[in-house]
Design a protein around this ligand. Structure first.
Ligand SMILES: Cc1cc2nc3c(=O)[nH]c(=O)nc-3n(C[C@H](O)[C@H](O)[C@H](O)COP(=O)(O)O)c2cc1C
Length: 219
């Protein structure tokens, strides 16, 4: 009986330490399942959304980060792989990065996972690339959205560029509305140097940064 209870305690300790481990330590980490129910209606989120440029130091929880990433590019239909945001020809030309105190991460829609790319906090450098904007430096998390245009222009020719720009707007609004629903604030940032952002994030050559979205607790 005593050995059974020791065994159960050991299992409990292993389980708790696994639960308590920051997801971000691993090279690839699974994110918590997103919630499909919330307390804020779409109408309320639309009415309340405002650009927030000043954030407190409070970090986001892994659940909040997971929810925001899912809103941005989460897969909502198994089999087809269709996502929260529409995409011309379902070609998905956008990539989502996360810049936080804990490092730089890349979102993998497939499997709803995060890939760790860098351990250091790049928010200061990213703010430098965005004309020193304070919101980018202060936010708990900066989402950086990039595009691989060829995924879409290969099928649609030059008009594909327009489609990619429409899509990044969908993705951005999804993040903004989800942020409001979570009681968080967000900002659209378009004023930045593509080249500097590319350098700060060490982006692959074919990726063009299109959008930065700082998210955090409003001050
Ligand atoms: C494409 C785009 C780029 C923007 N870039 C910036 C920016 O670099 N810095 C900033 O402070 N606000 C930026 N904004 C936010 C606008 O200033 C803001 O949306 C506008 O003032 C209306 O306020 P609201 O968002 O609270 O409705 C941008 C908005 C959009 C749509």
């Amino acid at each position: 009986m005593r050995s059974l209870s020791l065994f159960m305690t050991a299992i409990g300790v292993i389980f708790l330490s696994f639960q308590g481990r920051p997801l971000t330590e691993a090279k690839i980490s699974s994110l918590p399942q997103p919630s499909l129910k919330g307390d804020v209606s779409v109408e309320e989120a639309l009415a309340r959304r405002r650009s927030i440029r000043s954030f407190s130091e409070e970090k986001l929880t892994t659940e909040e980060i997971s929810q925001l990433l899912w809103a941005a590019q989460g897969i909502t239909q198994r089999g087809t792989g269709f996502r929260t945001a529409p995409s011309a020809g379902a070609l998905y030309p956008l990539e989502v990065y996360l810049v936080t105190e804990d490092g730089l991460f890349h979102y993998m829609s497939q499997g709803h996972r995060l890939e760790r790319l860098e351990d250091s906090d790049l928010r200061n450098e990213l703010a430098g690339a965005a004309l020193g904007q304070r919101a980018v430096r202060e936010a708990a998390v900066d989402f950086v959205v990039t595009a691989v245009y060829s995924r879409t222009t290969r099928k649609y020719g030059p008009r594909g560029e327009r489609y990619v720009h429409i899509e990044v707007g969908h993705l951005g609004q999804n993040i903004h509305l989800q942020a409001v629903a979570l009681g968080l604030g967000s900002l659209s940032v378009g004023a930045f140097s593509d080249e500097q952002v590319r350098r700060v994030l060490s982006l692959p050559k074919e990726e063009v940064p299109l959008y930065i979205i700082p998210v955090g607790h409003p001050k």
